[in-house]
Design a protein around this ligand. Sequence first.
Ligand SMILES: O=C(O)CCC(=O)C(=O)O
Ligand SMILES: [Fe+2]
Length: 319
Amino acid sequence: MPMSSARSGGTSALDLPRTPTGFQQFSHALRARTPRRGATLPAEPRWRSEFVDRAAAGPRVTLREFGYGSGELSTWRGRPDDTAVVGPLQLLTQEGLACLTEVCDALEGTAGHSRFIATRRLRSADLLSPFINNMIRDRAFLVTCSRLVGVPLIPHPLRIPTAQINYGSGQGRPEIVRWHRDGMDYVFTIQLNGYEDYEGGRFTYFQGRTDEFPEAEPGDARIREAACGERGATLFLHGSRIFHAVTPVTKGRRVVLVISLFCPYFARQDSNTFWHLAGDDGIAATVPHWLRLKWPVRNPAVDFSLRAGSPVVTWDDLG
Ligand SMILES: O=C(O)CCC(=O)C(=O)O
Ligand SMILES: [Fe+2]
């Protein structure tokens, strides 16, 4: 079993703070600033398609197993969007992982602070890093991710949240990822260190419906820990339908790349809300991207791929 129930030594992962909602979320939206860019960018290795392990596979849990009914799932011509969790698995080769780690390490100085979801993070990392930009827009990468989830996926056209790097260090103020669900539906996390590098930093989630989460009590068997301890461990989460958090890193350093993808065929069902995005990025930065996302479309695969600067991925690519 890749997952285990998360409770140790009398403290519960449920004690972690939760992402603000309502007025507090609005106040984050007023205070959040567009990501700032440094003048000089670090040199980095080149991305190569061969870095993707096209045969990557791992255990899969369905949204039905989380308690969602068939009527709540999006479908396209009889194909349901029913994947809740896939992995942990290795998506990149060892060489690819070493390059990605070098890239994310070099970007740490550009990370900003936020108290909305993740304490220290770099949003839109693909705008700073050609390596990450090329990786998340590589056909081999996208088709492999699409097959794992079972729906065609491209980078999210909202751009700012598409590639985020979370940094957690055991020194100073605890850096955490609060209990939250993502605005995004299709989220991959890639661990750039292993448990040998840090203490704490356990990826925790609630194996139930999001509307059941507020009633969860410490010791609830539905609070699970994903076994993401191996360097490179990659986990897919249907982020908008699963409450999750990361326990504080108490020693060492943890770096995770979070990639948000988008299914053009389910554009109308996209779970983002304006205020969830604005809470992280500020109102001014969110408005133009939001309008572009909501504009009506005719051919979803082609139209959204153009918006996201992505190769086109269709149902036929899933094989
Ligand atoms: O840092 C992680 O492992 C995941 C963070 C996360 O869930 C998020 O940034 O939305
Ligand atoms: Fe998340």
